[in-house]
Write a protein that binds this ligand. Sequence first.
Ligand code: ZN
Length: 91
Amino acid sequence: MLRQTFFVASCLGALNLYFAEDTILQILSGLLVLFSLGISIVWPEPLPPPPAPDLWSDAPVKKERKMKTCSSCGKAVDLKWTMCPYCSKRV
Ligand SMILES: [Zn+2]
């Protein structure tokens, strides 16, 4: 959309350059034509196309941790632990 707008601006500047009789106006219109035509050519596309939906990989399977329960407070602690982190007693 922005490129078309700059292209239209350059066309208007060309018309202005054609009809202008003053030298300063002709110079300004020529600058406008060059500037807006250059921008309408060089301006990049606003957004790249979205990636294909099958590019997303599946989430890894959740690893199950081996747990046991604390004998004094009853909370779940890791199987390898010897001390409970909640009540600091021996599991
Ligand atoms: Zn505990």
